[in-house]
Design a protein around this ligand. Structure first.
Ligand code: CP
Ligand code: NVA
Length: 302
Protein backbone atom coordinates (compact mmCIF):
# COMPACT_ATOMS: atom_id res chain seq x y z
CA UNK A 1 0.00 0.00 0.00
CA UNK A 2 1.53 3.33 -1.08
CA UNK A 3 -0.76 5.53 0.99
CA UNK A 4 0.22 6.20 4.59
CA UNK A 5 -3.36 7.15 5.52
CA UNK A 6 -6.92 6.22 4.57
CA UNK A 7 -8.55 9.62 4.09
CA UNK A 8 -10.88 9.04 1.10
CA UNK A 9 -11.50 6.56 -1.71
CA UNK A 10 -10.21 9.14 -4.22
CA UNK A 11 -6.69 8.60 -2.81
CA UNK A 12 -6.62 4.85 -3.46
CA UNK A 13 -5.89 3.19 -6.77
CA UNK A 14 -7.44 -0.10 -7.86
CA UNK A 15 -4.41 -2.16 -6.79
CA UNK A 16 -4.49 -0.68 -3.29
CA UNK A 17 -8.21 -1.35 -2.95
CA UNK A 18 -7.71 -4.96 -4.05
CA UNK A 19 -4.73 -5.35 -1.70
CA UNK A 20 -6.97 -4.31 1.22
CA UNK A 21 -9.84 -6.56 0.09
CA UNK A 22 -7.57 -9.56 -0.41
CA UNK A 23 -6.07 -9.20 3.05
CA UNK A 24 -9.55 -8.66 4.52
CA UNK A 25 -10.75 -11.90 2.91
CA UNK A 26 -7.74 -13.74 4.32
CA UNK A 27 -8.23 -12.33 7.82
CA UNK A 28 -11.94 -13.20 7.74
CA UNK A 29 -11.22 -16.75 6.62
CA UNK A 30 -8.47 -17.26 9.20
CA UNK A 31 -10.61 -15.75 11.95
CA UNK A 32 -13.16 -18.50 11.26
CA UNK A 33 -10.50 -21.04 12.19
CA UNK A 34 -9.31 -19.14 15.23
CA UNK A 35 -6.06 -18.04 13.60
CA UNK A 36 -5.05 -14.62 14.97
CA UNK A 37 -2.21 -12.41 13.78
CA UNK A 38 -0.95 -10.16 16.54
CA UNK A 39 0.78 -7.87 14.06
CA UNK A 40 -0.13 -4.75 16.06
CA UNK A 41 0.99 -6.03 19.46
CA UNK A 42 1.95 -3.15 21.73
CA UNK A 43 0.33 -0.58 19.41
CA UNK A 44 -2.50 1.78 20.26
CA UNK A 45 -5.17 3.29 18.02
CA UNK A 46 -6.88 6.48 19.19
CA UNK A 47 -10.49 6.77 18.04
CA UNK A 48 -11.84 10.34 17.95
CA UNK A 49 -15.62 10.54 17.67
CA UNK A 50 -17.43 13.82 17.04
CA UNK A 51 -20.56 11.90 15.93
CA UNK A 52 -22.36 8.80 17.21
CA UNK A 53 -21.43 5.29 16.14
CA UNK A 54 -22.25 1.65 16.76
CA UNK A 55 -20.47 -0.28 14.00
CA UNK A 56 -17.39 1.89 13.52
CA UNK A 57 -16.54 2.14 17.17
CA UNK A 58 -17.08 -1.52 18.01
CA UNK A 59 -15.47 -2.94 14.88
CA UNK A 60 -12.33 -0.80 15.22
CA UNK A 61 -12.03 -1.58 18.92
CA UNK A 62 -12.51 -5.33 18.44
CA UNK A 63 -10.32 -5.33 15.33
CA UNK A 64 -7.47 -3.68 17.18
CA UNK A 65 -7.82 -6.20 20.01
CA UNK A 66 -7.79 -9.12 17.56
CA UNK A 67 -4.59 -7.77 15.99
CA UNK A 68 -2.92 -7.72 19.42
CA UNK A 69 -3.17 -3.98 20.04
CA UNK A 70 -5.46 -1.66 21.97
CA UNK A 71 -7.92 1.08 21.07
CA UNK A 72 -8.78 4.23 23.02
CA UNK A 73 -12.22 5.78 22.62
CA UNK A 74 -11.79 9.57 22.56
CA UNK A 75 -15.08 11.43 22.60
CA UNK A 76 -14.67 14.98 21.35
CA UNK A 77 -16.90 16.01 24.27
CA UNK A 78 -14.04 15.10 26.60
CA UNK A 79 -11.08 16.13 24.46
CA UNK A 80 -9.69 19.67 24.47
CA UNK A 81 -10.44 19.53 20.73
CA UNK A 82 -14.08 19.95 21.70
CA UNK A 83 -13.13 23.15 23.56
CA UNK A 84 -11.29 24.63 20.61
CA UNK A 85 -7.75 23.22 20.81
CA UNK A 86 -6.56 23.36 17.17
CA UNK A 87 -6.39 20.15 15.16
CA UNK A 88 -2.72 20.95 14.32
CA UNK A 89 -1.82 20.75 18.00
CA UNK A 90 -4.04 17.75 18.70
CA UNK A 91 -2.37 15.95 15.79
CA UNK A 92 1.14 16.63 17.05
CA UNK A 93 0.35 15.66 20.62
CA UNK A 94 -1.50 12.44 19.78
CA UNK A 95 1.32 11.45 17.42
CA UNK A 96 3.63 11.29 20.46
CA UNK A 97 1.44 8.71 22.24
CA UNK A 98 -0.40 6.69 19.62
CA UNK A 99 0.45 4.54 16.58
CA UNK A 100 -2.65 5.48 14.59
CA UNK A 101 -5.77 7.64 14.74
CA UNK A 102 -9.27 6.85 13.52
CA UNK A 103 -11.46 9.96 13.34
CA UNK A 104 -15.18 10.46 12.71
CA UNK A 105 -16.07 14.09 12.25
CA UNK A 106 -17.91 16.65 10.12
CA UNK A 107 -15.41 18.43 7.85
CA UNK A 108 -13.13 16.41 5.59
CA UNK A 109 -10.52 19.14 6.07
CA UNK A 110 -10.18 18.20 9.72
CA UNK A 111 -9.20 14.65 8.77
CA UNK A 112 -6.80 15.88 6.10
CA UNK A 113 -5.24 18.32 8.61
CA UNK A 114 -4.84 15.60 11.22
CA UNK A 115 -2.85 13.62 8.64
CA UNK A 116 -0.90 16.69 7.52
CA UNK A 117 0.18 17.86 10.96
CA UNK A 118 0.52 14.49 12.69
CA UNK A 119 3.16 11.87 12.02
CA UNK A 120 1.10 8.66 12.37
CA UNK A 121 -1.45 6.97 10.07
CA UNK A 122 -4.92 8.56 10.04
CA UNK A 123 -8.04 6.59 9.11
CA UNK A 124 -11.27 8.34 8.15
CA UNK A 125 -14.16 6.79 10.10
CA UNK A 126 -16.73 9.04 8.30
CA UNK A 127 -16.97 12.69 7.43
CA UNK A 128 -19.73 14.67 5.72
CA UNK A 129 -17.78 14.06 2.49
CA UNK A 130 -17.05 10.35 2.62
CA UNK A 131 -17.03 7.00 4.39
CA UNK A 132 -14.16 4.96 2.94
CA UNK A 133 -14.11 2.21 5.61
CA UNK A 134 -17.76 1.46 4.90
CA UNK A 135 -17.23 1.29 1.16
CA UNK A 136 -14.24 -1.04 1.50
CA UNK A 137 -16.52 -3.38 3.50
CA UNK A 138 -19.23 -2.95 0.86
CA UNK A 139 -16.86 -3.88 -1.98
CA UNK A 140 -15.64 -6.85 0.07
CA UNK A 141 -19.25 -8.02 0.49
CA UNK A 142 -20.07 -7.60 -3.21
CA UNK A 143 -17.03 -9.67 -4.20
CA UNK A 144 -17.86 -12.27 -1.55
CA UNK A 145 -21.32 -12.79 -3.06
CA UNK A 146 -20.57 -12.22 -6.74
CA UNK A 147 -16.94 -13.54 -6.85
CA UNK A 148 -15.74 -10.70 -9.13
CA UNK A 149 -16.52 -7.08 -9.99
CA UNK A 150 -16.34 -7.69 -13.74
CA UNK A 151 -19.43 -6.56 -15.60
CA UNK A 152 -21.39 -5.77 -12.42
CA UNK A 153 -23.65 -2.77 -12.06
CA UNK A 154 -23.99 -0.90 -8.77
CA UNK A 155 -26.96 1.40 -8.23
CA UNK A 156 -27.24 4.01 -5.47
CA UNK A 157 -30.61 5.63 -4.78
CA UNK A 158 -31.02 8.62 -2.47
CA UNK A 159 -29.09 11.47 -0.94
CA UNK A 160 -25.83 12.40 -2.68
CA UNK A 161 -24.07 12.17 0.68
CA UNK A 162 -20.88 10.65 2.13
CA UNK A 163 -22.01 7.14 1.15
CA UNK A 164 -22.93 8.15 -2.40
CA UNK A 165 -19.60 9.94 -2.82
CA UNK A 166 -17.56 6.96 -1.66
CA UNK A 167 -19.59 4.32 -3.48
CA UNK A 168 -19.34 6.14 -6.81
CA UNK A 169 -15.56 6.45 -6.50
CA UNK A 170 -15.02 2.95 -5.09
CA UNK A 171 -17.33 1.25 -7.59
CA UNK A 172 -15.78 2.97 -10.60
CA UNK A 173 -12.23 2.34 -9.37
CA UNK A 174 -12.78 -1.42 -9.18
CA UNK A 175 -14.34 -1.38 -12.66
CA UNK A 176 -18.06 -1.63 -11.89
CA UNK A 177 -20.79 0.28 -13.70
CA UNK A 178 -22.22 2.82 -11.27
CA UNK A 179 -25.63 4.47 -11.57
CA UNK A 180 -26.64 7.08 -9.01
CA UNK A 181 -30.20 8.39 -8.74
CA UNK A 182 -30.25 11.49 -6.52
CA UNK A 183 -32.90 14.22 -6.37
CA UNK A 184 -32.06 17.69 -7.71
CA UNK A 185 -30.51 19.71 -4.92
CA UNK A 186 -29.08 16.56 -3.31
CA UNK A 187 -26.43 15.58 -5.86
CA UNK A 188 -23.08 13.99 -4.95
CA UNK A 189 -20.11 16.27 -4.24
CA UNK A 190 -18.68 18.18 -7.22
CA UNK A 191 -15.23 16.59 -6.68
CA UNK A 192 -16.82 13.18 -7.15
CA UNK A 193 -18.84 14.26 -10.18
CA UNK A 194 -15.64 15.65 -11.72
CA UNK A 195 -13.88 12.34 -11.05
CA UNK A 196 -16.72 10.35 -12.64
CA UNK A 197 -17.81 12.60 -15.49
CA UNK A 198 -15.75 11.13 -18.34
CA UNK A 199 -16.16 7.54 -17.22
CA UNK A 200 -18.51 5.68 -19.60
CA UNK A 201 -19.43 3.39 -16.67
CA UNK A 202 -21.05 6.27 -14.74
CA UNK A 203 -24.66 7.40 -14.91
CA UNK A 204 -26.25 10.17 -12.83
CA UNK A 205 -30.01 10.42 -13.21
CA UNK A 206 -33.18 11.55 -11.50
CA UNK A 207 -34.94 8.42 -12.75
CA UNK A 208 -34.83 5.69 -10.08
CA UNK A 209 -35.92 2.89 -12.40
CA UNK A 210 -33.37 3.86 -15.04
CA UNK A 211 -30.65 3.70 -12.38
CA UNK A 212 -31.90 0.36 -11.04
CA UNK A 213 -32.31 -1.30 -14.46
CA UNK A 214 -30.26 -4.49 -14.54
CA UNK A 215 -28.43 -3.63 -11.30
CA UNK A 216 -26.52 -6.37 -9.48
CA UNK A 217 -26.34 -4.48 -6.21
CA UNK A 218 -28.63 -1.76 -4.89
CA UNK A 219 -27.54 0.72 -2.24
CA UNK A 220 -29.37 3.42 -0.37
CA UNK A 221 -28.78 5.49 2.77
CA UNK A 222 -30.74 7.62 5.20
CA UNK A 223 -32.49 10.77 3.97
CA UNK A 224 -30.95 12.87 6.76
CA UNK A 225 -27.39 12.11 7.87
CA UNK A 226 -25.77 12.87 11.21
CA UNK A 227 -25.54 16.62 11.57
CA UNK A 228 -28.63 17.19 9.37
CA UNK A 229 -31.22 16.51 12.06
CA UNK A 230 -32.59 20.07 11.75
CA UNK A 231 -33.41 19.40 8.06
CA UNK A 232 -35.15 16.08 8.73
CA UNK A 233 -38.71 17.32 8.16
CA UNK A 234 -37.86 19.11 4.91
CA UNK A 235 -35.91 16.10 3.71
CA UNK A 236 -38.85 13.76 4.41
CA UNK A 237 -40.82 15.81 1.87
CA UNK A 238 -37.98 16.11 -0.65
CA UNK A 239 -37.11 12.40 -0.56
CA UNK A 240 -40.66 11.00 -0.60
CA UNK A 241 -40.58 8.11 -3.10
CA UNK A 242 -36.76 7.87 -3.14
CA UNK A 243 -36.88 4.37 -1.75
CA UNK A 244 -35.74 0.82 -2.44
CA UNK A 245 -38.98 -1.16 -2.70
CA UNK A 246 -40.42 -4.06 -4.72
CA UNK A 247 -40.83 -1.92 -7.85
CA UNK A 248 -37.16 -0.94 -7.78
CA UNK A 249 -36.12 -4.56 -7.22
CA UNK A 250 -38.21 -5.67 -10.20
CA UNK A 251 -36.19 -3.32 -12.41
CA UNK A 252 -32.93 -4.81 -11.13
CA UNK A 253 -31.26 -8.11 -11.99
CA UNK A 254 -33.23 -11.03 -10.44
CA UNK A 255 -30.10 -11.97 -8.43
CA UNK A 256 -29.64 -8.41 -7.20
CA UNK A 257 -28.11 -7.85 -3.73
CA UNK A 258 -29.28 -5.06 -1.43
CA UNK A 259 -26.80 -3.26 0.79
CA UNK A 260 -27.26 -0.63 3.49
CA UNK A 261 -24.47 0.84 5.61
CA UNK A 262 -26.90 1.12 8.57
CA UNK A 263 -28.54 2.49 10.61
CA UNK A 264 -31.62 2.03 8.36
CA UNK A 265 -34.93 3.86 8.51
CA UNK A 266 -37.50 1.29 7.42
CA UNK A 267 -40.38 2.85 5.54
CA UNK A 268 -38.19 5.76 4.42
CA UNK A 269 -35.22 4.91 2.18
CA UNK A 270 -36.02 1.16 2.21
CA UNK A 271 -39.15 -0.87 2.87
CA UNK A 272 -39.29 -3.28 5.80
CA UNK A 273 -40.00 -6.11 3.33
CA UNK A 274 -36.95 -5.49 1.15
CA UNK A 275 -34.73 -4.92 4.18
CA UNK A 276 -35.73 -8.19 5.85
CA UNK A 277 -35.56 -10.18 2.59
CA UNK A 278 -31.94 -9.03 2.21
CA UNK A 279 -30.97 -8.97 5.88
CA UNK A 280 -28.32 -11.69 5.50
CA UNK A 281 -26.40 -9.60 2.92
CA UNK A 282 -26.83 -6.43 4.95
CA UNK A 283 -25.52 -7.94 8.18
CA UNK A 284 -22.68 -9.68 6.32
CA UNK A 285 -21.84 -6.17 5.09
CA UNK A 286 -21.85 -4.91 8.68
CA UNK A 287 -19.61 -7.81 9.78
CA UNK A 288 -17.18 -7.07 6.97
CA UNK A 289 -16.45 -3.68 8.52
CA UNK A 290 -14.38 -5.60 11.06
CA UNK A 291 -12.38 -7.59 8.52
CA UNK A 292 -11.83 -4.71 6.08
CA UNK A 293 -10.66 -2.37 8.86
CA UNK A 294 -8.32 -4.99 10.31
CA UNK A 295 -6.74 -5.18 6.86
CA UNK A 296 -6.45 -1.37 6.70
CA UNK A 297 -4.91 -1.15 10.18
CA UNK A 298 -2.51 -4.04 9.52
CA UNK A 299 -1.33 -2.42 6.26
CA UNK A 300 -1.00 1.11 7.65
CA UNK A 301 0.16 0.55 11.22
CA UNK A 302 2.38 -2.54 11.04
N1 CP B 1 -22.30 2.29 9.06
C1 CP B 1 -21.71 2.92 10.08
O1 CP B 1 -20.70 3.60 9.95
O2 CP B 1 -22.33 2.73 11.29
P1 CP B 1 -22.06 3.51 12.64
O3 CP B 1 -22.55 4.91 12.44
O4 CP B 1 -22.86 2.76 13.66
O5 CP B 1 -20.59 3.48 12.94
N1 NVA C 1 -24.95 9.08 5.70
C1 NVA C 1 -24.98 8.55 7.04
C2 NVA C 1 -24.09 7.35 7.15
C3 NVA C 1 -24.06 6.72 8.51
C4 NVA C 1 -23.13 5.56 8.60
C5 NVA C 1 -24.53 9.63 8.01
O1 NVA C 1 -23.56 10.33 7.72
O2 NVA C 1 -25.17 9.78 9.06
Amino acid sequence: MNNTHLLKMLDLDKEEILEILNLADQLKYENLYGIQHHVLQGKTLGMIFQKSSTRTRVSFEVGMYQLGGEALFLSSRDLQLGRGEPIQDTARVLSRYLNGIMIRTFAQKEVEDLAKFGSIPVINGLTDFCHPCQVLADLMTIREYKKSFDGLKMCYIGDGNNMANSLIVGGLKVGMKVAAACPQGYLPDQQVLDFAKDNPNFLLTQNILEAAAGADVLFTDVWASMGEEDQAEQRKKDFAGWQINDTVLEAANPECMVQHCLPAHRGEEITEKVFEAHAKEIFDEAENRLHAQKAVMALLMK
